[in-house]
Design a protein around this ligand. Structure first.
Ligand code: FPP
Length: 253
């Protein structure tokens, strides 16, 4: 008889100062908007804004850890973003690889787990392989979950979920009577994740752009005119402090 040896994980520590809020949001979702305008204001090509935005992602991950956020979901590429000029799409598709090339060691060091939501299998090989590698390298980490919405569209996610659910009904794995909100949630990419507590959108736009339509039903929204490349610790802190003041009633009184 073979005996399984217990698997001991080395407890990681981080150098981050921790700040305890009375009521921290567990899950923060961000629509990182305004990269193009940031670049245009400086007479730079749009991709310069995306590059700057990538470095902001790294800084914001540190702030999220500092404030004990458990899940950070970032809208990095939507199913509609394929409509952009080919060169910009290509640049955006290369960003995850570049980000991970530069920052994966730091993510591992800080106990960050990397995941994605969205249509993963159809991404270009160089994107998929880099992200898959990062997911595997960080799968045992139990600190911040850094969740990239990559080739993500909420309506597509819902249709996909309905199709899978109907095929499970056909296969008699579930019956229609089993269907309730909780069961349906299991068919979404976000299966197992709590819904976002706080949604931040930068750049002054106030719309959802097909992001987490089901999951944001009771989320608190926070908007800022600041463009994503200018987003920083102080502004993130302001969003977190404002969240403290919100009274969440979930339809009650
Ligand atoms: C929207 O701004 C932004 C995007 C479509 C891309 C967001 C991507 C990043 C911030 C970098 C992602 C980093 C990693 C690590 C994957 P926009 O270009 O639509 O801005 P605009 O409205 O001013 O034109």
């Amino acid at each position: 008889m073979s005996m399984k040896l217990p698997f001991f994980r080395k407890k990681r520590t981080t150098n981050f100062e921790r700040i305890t809020l009375d009521n921290p949001p567990d899950h923060v979702a961000i629509i990182m908007d305004g990269n193009g305008r940031w670049a245009k204001k400086r007479g730079l090509p749009r991709i310069a804004g995306h590059k700057e935005g990538m470095d902001v992602v790294k800084n914001i991950v540190s702030v999220a850890i500092k404030y004990n956020v458990k899940v950070l979901t970032l809208y990095a590429f939507s199913t509609e973003n394929w409509k952009r000029p080919k060169a910009e799409v290509e640049f955006l598709m290369k960003l995850p690889k570049e980000f991970l090339h530069v920052y994966l060691p730091e993510m591992i060091e800080n106990n960050v787990r990397i995941e994605t939501i969205g249509e993963f299998d159809v991404l270009p090989d160089y994107t998929r392989e880099a992200v898959q590698y990062a997911k595997e390298q960080t799968s045992q980490n139990d600190g911040l979950l850094l969740n990239f919405a990559l080739n993500y569209g909420s309506r597509l996610e819902i249709i996909r979920g309905i199709k899978q659910m109907m095929s499970d009904v056909d296969a008699s794995k579930i019956t229609l009577d089993d269907l309730d909100e909780q069961l349906f949630s299991n068919y979404l990419y976000t299966n197992g994740l709590s819904d976002p507590d706080l949604l931040i959108r930068t750049s002054g736009e106030q719309r959802l752009s097909n992001f987490l339509l089901w999951q944001l039903a009771y989320t608190e929204f926070w908007f800022t005119d600041v463009l994503w490349p200018d987003f920083n610790e102080e502004i993130f802190r302001q969003a977190l402090l404002d969240y403290q003041q919100r009274k969440r009633r979930y339809g009650g009184i």
